[in-house]
Design a protein around this ligand. Sequence first.
Ligand SMILES: Cc1cc2nc3c(=O)[nH]c(=O)nc-3n(C[C@H](O)[C@H](O)[C@H](O)COP(=O)(O)OP(=O)(O)OC[C@H]3O[C@@H](n4cnc5c(N)ncnc54)[C@H](O)[C@@H]3O)c2cc1C
Length: 143
Amino acid sequence: MCTDRMARVAGLTDIFAIGHVALISNDPDYPKGHPQIAQPAIQMGKKLAANLSALVRNESLQPFKYFDKGDMAIIGRTKAMADLFKLRVHISGPLGLIIWLFIHLLSLVSFRNKFITLYDWVTAYISKDKSLRMIFRTEKHQP
Ligand SMILES: Cc1cc2nc3c(=O)[nH]c(=O)nc-3n(C[C@H](O)[C@H](O)[C@H](O)COP(=O)(O)OP(=O)(O)OC[C@H]3O[C@@H](n4cnc5c(N)ncnc54)[C@H](O)[C@@H]3O)c2cc1C
C-alpha cells in the first residue's frame, strides 16, 4: 500500500504501514520505492516507533530517510562479497564470507538465536546440504 514518508497509509491519518507492505511514494531519492530487503524494513520500523512516541507527546512527525549501509551477497560455497559504502570498502572471497556471516549473526536478537543460526550454518556447510527448501503437499492433504 502507498504511504507517505511518515508511514501513513494514503488517505488515512492513523493507519501506518512499513516494510514490504509499504511503498513510500514521495521520497525523491527513491521515486520507485525502497529496495525490498531487510534494512529499509528495519529502519522504517525504528522511524515509526520514534514517530508514534512523538505522536503521543503531541510533537511533529519526522519523515523517513533510508540510509544505505551497503550490499552483501553469498556467491559460492566459500565466497561472498560485501560493499560497505559507509567505510568505502569492497571485500570479496572467503573474507567476504566471514564478514557476511559476522554481520548477519550480529543483527540477530539474543544469544540463543545467534547460536542456533550459527549451528545450522555450520552443519549445512559440513553436510553440503542443498536440499530444496520448499514444502510440497500430496493431494490427500489439499484442503
Ligand atoms: C528467501 C529470502 C531471502 C532473503 N534474503 C535477504 C537477504 O539476504 N538480505 C536482506 O536484506 N533481505 C533478504 N530478504 C528480504 C527480507 O527478508 C525482507 O526484506 C524483510 O523480511 C521484510 O521485512 P518485513 O518486516 O516487511 O516483512 P517480514 O519479515 O515478512 O515480516 C512480516 C511478519 O508479519 C507476519 N504476518 C503476516 N501476516 C500476518 C497477519 N495477518 N497477522 C499477524 N502477523 C502476520 C509474518 O508472519 C511475518 O512474521 C530475503 C527474503 C527471502 C524470502
